[in-house]
Write a protein that binds this ligand. Structure first.
Ligand SMILES: Nc1ncnc2c1ncn2[C@@H]1O[C@H](COP(=O)(O)OP(=O)(O)OP(=O)(O)O)[C@@H](O)[C@H]1O
Length: 274
């Protein structure tokens, strides 16, 4: 059996007095596309940041392994975290592009981690790397924008550039933190379709935090749900019934529940759902 892409064991994180992650355990296998859902403040982004070592767990707060290598144990980052970061793509809600640089250069930035240090410092990219960046842009459908400045793009186009940059990393694992939260519905759908295609065609593992449960249902086969920092659900998306969703979001406020799960009839008694 193949090595899991991600192993999380008894992961716990406390900010001050606030326990944000509590004893989280799961494994994600190569080629999975997993939605990480839960009410606002349940710990989704914090969990994702732990996976790549951007946040350290509590002392004795568990372990994270990525593609068979230690990222952190008991609040200490493994020495070899940098190569793991290079082999893991991270997509942010706010895209994190350099606005004054061209689209092509922003995509090439994804290559810096795997280039010799001297060439990386000077930002000297080879013709082969430029051709690779153009292919990545073609794959996300915006090759024609290669020479445009990044800060002239729409949100949906910016997120496509961010995905192309991840493709340049040749990352086997892609972590996306609310990648569609600031996009209009159509751009959001297009970005999800691109991620799903990359997952399907390349077999890359994708973990994606989402606010919209309907989107998770449409694009992901598995969901991991957090509630108050605890693992509330981990299983096939179809097992995440309306009754479970109602319970997941029950203290989150009616507005959040309506937004996240538009399919739920809020007038029906919980026993009648799911
Ligand atoms: N660096 C930090 N210092 C202190 N508290 C933090 C820090 N980062 C996150 N938190 C707190 O941890 C909790 C979980 O935050 P997190 O962003 O992981 O939640 P989330 O589920 O991603 O929320 P949302 O869906 O609103 O983005 C929140 O109460 C947040 O205020």
């Amino acid at each position: 059996m193949s090595i899991p892409s991600i192993i999380v064991e008894r992961l716990s994180k406390t900010f001050g007095q606030h326990a944000v992650l509590r004893d989280i355990d799961f494994e994600i296998h190569p080629g999975e596309m997993v939605a990480l859902i839960g009410p606002s403040g349940s710990g989704k982004s914090t969990l994702l940041r732990h996976l790549i070592g951007l946040t350290r767990s509590d002392r004795h707060g568990g372990r994270v392994r990525l593609q068979g290598r230690e990222v952190q144990v008991g609040g200490r980052l493994a020495r070899a975290t940098r190569p793991e970061r290079c082999r893991t793509g991270y997509i942010f809600q706010q895209f994190n592009l350099v606005g004054r640089l061209s689209v092509l250069t922003n995509v090439l930035v994804g290559r810096l981690g795997s280039m010799p240090r001297g060439r990386a410092l000077l930002g000297r990219f080879s013709e082969e790397e430029r051709a690779m960046a153009r292919r990545a842009l073609a794959r996300v459908g915006i090759e024609a924008l290669a020479d445009q400045r990044a800060n002239t793009l729409s949100g949906g186009q910016m997120q496509r550039v961010a995905i192309a940059r991840v493709l340049m990393q040749d990352a086997n694992v892609i972590l996306a933190d609310e990648p569609i939260a600031s996009l209009d519905p159509r751009s959001a759908q297009e970005v999800m379709q691109i991620l799903a295609r990359i997952n399907e065609e390349d077999g890359r593992t994708v973990v994606i935090t989402l606010h919209q449960v309907e989107v998770a249902r449409r694009f992901c086969r598995r969901a991991i749900a957090l509630k108050d920092g605890r693992l509330y659900f981990d299983g096939p998306i179809e097992a995440l019934t309306d009754a479970r969703l109602t319970a997941l979001y029950e203290n989150a406020g009616l507005d959040e529940l309506k937004t996240r799960t538009p399919s739920i009839d809020l007038t029906a008694p919980v026993g009648a759902l799911g």
